[in-house]
Write a new protein. Sequence first.
Length: 359
Amino acid sequence: MTDQNEEKLDLFPEEAESSKLKLGLNNDRVFRAIFANEKNIDLLKILLNVVLKEAKRTPVKELRIRNPFQLGEWNGEKEAVLDVGAVDEEGREFDVEMQLSPHEALIKRIAYYGARLYSQQLTAGDPWSKLKPVVCIFFINFPVDKSASDVWFDVISQKSERRTGFGFQEITTIVVRLPKLNEWSSTPKKAFSKRLRNWVRILALYPRISRREVARLEKTTEGFAELRKKYTNYSSATWASKMVDAELARLATIREFELSLARKDREIEDNKREIEDKDREIEDKDREIEDKDRELQRLIESQKKRFLKAIRNKFGVELAETPSYAEGKTAEELGDLIDSVYENASYEEFLASIQNDAK
């Protein structure tokens, strides 16, 4: 199956695995329920390593889920609640967030979460060497900034502005942008590696993908089959909730809007292709006309030479160039002039006949 077909199956999931709209993995509650569960630690490890490999960072070998609540250490300090918090075998702190609502202060929130995870590692008397790196991974479906509309994957860390090569990666943020339904066809393939692209598709679209796409992902993506089981177990236990029903209604509206945009985009693409086809037809016609014009011009030049030759042969008059009375004539009119040459006894009679014809 080609990537183009895969995109169409996802953009228009009439053949989707379930006809009933469900909360997807890109819903923060669903995401948290699955990936912040100690029983699903292997799934979290697979996801983290896919992202870390893309970011050229050291993969994790072991993980443990940590308390997602970052309580203030003093009265009035702002609290933070992580979607998924984890610590690896080296003590690195991980915060994994699913954020689908545009946030004007997202950059500040990213910095705040990383700083909190870093600063809370120490208590009074602890040596500075105890501090471990922090990695924040944000899955979003909107540009981090208006100037970054074409950025789909980014790694943000501290670097010196003056000393080339100097810097530290104590707090690193990795931003992964999940394309919306109407953005898949325009998302460049080089935006993600094939492995990460599969996971991006899963997080952005599942369960609204075709059975064929499910089968493909199960064969090519480690952990997807297990993820489907966990998702099914989670969804079957929560659909009765009124809160979830309200969320479903909201998402149904959003989905219909996104599908409408996707259909409009498809119509625009079809119209573009139709216009391009028409443009090519016009170009072909133009080339055909140009070829005929060149052919006609060659014929006219040939007739002019025949005319000069007829004057020379019949009257013994050598003309250096085509006379003015023969300029601007069509090939057929030049043929008539040639016939007229042979109908007159002298060059003077020929010129007189031309003048009479002009009157």
